[in-house]
Design a protein around this ligand. Structure first.
Ligand code: OOG
Ligand code: MG
Length: 275
């Protein structure tokens, strides 16, 4: 994933990062960047994502990890983009397990199940999936709220990368298990059952096998892409592996939860919208 240099000039990159940031702050979606610049490259998109996150950092947000997205066929089919992507997680995106979410602050929020990793040590070089898992302290059930800052939740690959892969909020549930504890319990990370429930009804089920060749491969792919750019993961970083099922719209729902075999569950409540 070594990116060539951006094609756009720095002022256009800054303008696009600010437009996406304003869409996020005002919960008002904007036209896709590729409708203005059809030749937007992935390097441009990465630069816009980095610059957009820097704007958040200026407001006091701290990077607390990374997310992989579009790592399952269910997700790729849902959004029509067929390549894994990588986005930044900020500490203010994290909600407590069981938190009540207000949907007014989002453009068109959706929610999806996630497998989350909490890193037990720094990783600064490319590793195999097994080695990546060795650096993990805890594997947790999670939920991610995604919110495209583009109209109609439609985008091409470069658009969604520029938009920090639709990252909006996430919840880590529990109790979770370390990779060792999972193995000792006879469970395989790459084949855990996932049950996704909305308002007490099962809306989807999956296996973690839906995520690449298993969630640890998403972690290893993330590490490779970071190391390519001279970055890495730090102890304590959170990594989301990508949803194994399609996402569902959050508005109008009351409760959403995920149960993952051997890991426990995560949930949110949804506040009724005023008016
Ligand atoms: C892109 C984000 C994808 C996942 O888990 O696959 C993602 C989107 O669906 O808007 O977070
Ligand atoms: Mg996700």
């Amino acid at each position: 994933m070594t990116s060539p240099d951006p094609q756009l000039d720095p002022s256009t990159i800054a303008e696009f990062a600010e437009a996406l940031d304003a869409a996020h702050l005002q919960a008002r979606p904007i036209p896709q960047l590729t409708s203005r610049v059809p030749t937007l490259t992935l390097a441009d998109a990465e630069a816009i994502q980095a610059e957009g996150f820097a704007l958040r950092e200026e407001r006091g947000v701290q990077l607390c990890g990374w997310k992989m997205g579009l790592t399952s066929h269910a997700k790729m089919l849902q959004v029509g983009v067929h390549a894994p992507i990588r986005g930044r997680l900020g500490d203010k995106m994290r909600l407590a397990d069981g938190a009540t979410v207000r949907t007014e602050g989002f453009c068109h929020p959706r929610i999806e199940p996630e497998i989350a990793f909490v890193m037990g040590r720094d990783v600064r070089e490319a590793v195999s999936a097994a080695e990546a898992l060795d650096a993990v302290a805890l594997v947790l059930p999670g939920l991610e709220i995604i919110d495209s800052r583009y109209r109609d939740f439609r985008f091409q690959l470069a658009d969604v990368i520029a938009d920090n892969t639709s990252a909006a909020a996430f919840v880590l549930g529990g109790p979770g298990r370390s990779p060792c504890e999972l193995r000792a319990a006879g469970l395989t990370l790459a084949n855990l059952g996932v049950i996704f429930e909305v308002d007490g009804q099962i809306v989807d089920t999956a296996s973690t096998a839906a995520i690449l060749d298993g969630p640890e491969h998403a972690l290893a792919a993330l590490i490779r892409s970071l190391v390519d750019e001279g970055k890495g993961l730090r102890r304590g970083d959170v990594v989301l592996a990508g949803a194994p099922t399609a996402a569902v719209p959050l508005r109008g729902k009351r409760t959403v939860s995920v149960r993952i075999e051997g890991l426990g569950e995560a949930s949110v409540r949804v506040a009724a919208e005023a008016g």
